[in-house]
Write a new protein. Sequence first.
Length: 56
Amino acid sequence: MAYKISEDCTMCGACESVCPTEAISAGDGLYVIDANLCTDCGACEATCPVSAISAG
């Protein structure tokens, strides 16, 4: 089950820089996670300063 980024995302980029599989990229107004690349490691969730990331 891939992680998801909510509309609370502030586009800070912290999650993108810690993703080991490069599954996170900038979308339209918020970052998005590619479910096919996400390995559910949780690094992004732990890094998000506004708690906008959660398990899918």
